[in-house]
Design a protein. Sequence first.
Length: 558
Amino acid sequence: MKYKYIVAIATGISMLSISCNKDFLDTKLNTEPTPETIATSAGSLTGFAWAFYTPIRDGFTAIDNDLFATISDEAQNNLPSNNAIYFNQGLLSESINPESSIYKSYYDGIRAANNFLDYSVNADRLILIGRDPVADAASIANDKQNIEWFKAEAHIAKAYYYAELIKRWGGVPIVTETLQKSGIVAIPKSTYDEVVEYIVKEIDDNKANLQVNWKTSAYAGNDGRFTLGAALAIKARVLLYAASPLHNPTNDIEKWKRAAAASYDLITTPGLNLALNQFYGSYFRGATPLTSSETIFAVRRSANNTMEKQNYPISTPGGIGEISPSDNLVADYEYNGTPSATDPYANRDSRLANAVVYNGSTWNSRVMDFSPGGTEDMNQSNGSKTGYYLKKFLNDNLNLVQNATVQHNWVVFRYAEVLLNYAEAMNEAYGADNNNGYTKTARQAINEVRARSNMPAINIAATTSKDGFRVAVKHERRIELAFEGHRYWDLLRWKDAETVLNQPIIGVKVTKVSSNVWTYQKINAATRKFDASKNYYYPFSRTEIVNSKGALVQNPGY
């Protein structure tokens, strides 16, 4: 029997505006303006336009005030009490889910976008208030153009929020207008595929009205808002997920073809390319993502030291050492040269040294020693459980004692991911070496990513079949996108979670033999549990179910 699920959505309309400080994508909710003041103030309307950006999150504080990596096999949380354990042990329930607040937050963003679109119908009149049509003609024209961009961006914001909702909960309600206007308090839950089509339509119907590239336009001061590239990136990722085994159990090849075409549209968008002149590690630090041609969309935040405080080794003054990368991940970095008999980290893919602090490496001006009695002794309270610490995103030698800060910018979409999305979809649709009339094959796309880190082309003999090439794609995503918030969702959509996330987290026990000489023994650092009968989707919260007065039916298994 096919059920239609219903969820209650709050009818109260929060009036949202941006503060005078234009810290893009770091706006604050404000409930003071009323519909009347918004409808009679051009300034309030512009502020209201920024409001639909408010709920967009960065990944630096996704869970336990840190990266989402600890809920996958990428890393382990070292602290004695943490929320990642609810994922690690398959304990999510309608009453316990560290991400449950996202449901309401993203619907707040959708509501804000719908509200702006409602009020923007009066934009032409509002823009003229208090202005001379002749003397102020240039600024009037500028404001009109800006509102038109904001209108398109509101639709893209809705597409983004729905994309984030369906990867967590599966099918969700589609809200197309403000509930205050419609009077509807319960909306049927659409299927996953129906929401995908809604997302694609929102993007296709509005992409022509988006700015192509704020950086190269006369409106560079608006950089940080959605662009054509951001919209196409949302579409490409959504269609890739929709074509994946979790959502495409019959392996409908047309879904893969559609995903490949969406990624190709982005590949051929002017101005995007791999930042070949930017080292893999430095790309993620400071202001670099904001100026790089690789960045498609990034969330900006004020200068801070949260990432360094959370992830500097505990031996560094001010460091908590919260995240320990797993040896499950580290062991997957390929050798790019002859393996060393004494140093397991020598001659590896250069991305390892830029992502992970390991024994014998230099970090915060000292050689890291994880052996008993060493500076990073794993037996210390809250010491590393795996023999590793995080390096990616972090700035070396930031003085936490003096509360020094530095800029951190979370990259939501970047060109390397697009190439990997394209490689995966093209292989599933056409094979590794058939370009289907496009300008590059799946193999060429994946090798572009590898070449940037001076890695050799993937082995042809092992990747002539779709199955063989699929293994290569999964590997490359694991390495290139490590700690960027992709791994957990990749394991879900591939339906690999029930295998991978039921395996223990592996670490290394380090023993010192002599000065700068150590031996390494693999250890089980933590257990993991994933229940395939339910954990592929989040449970709807008990609050949402109660507020729906029984209309909302829980996801299976909870």
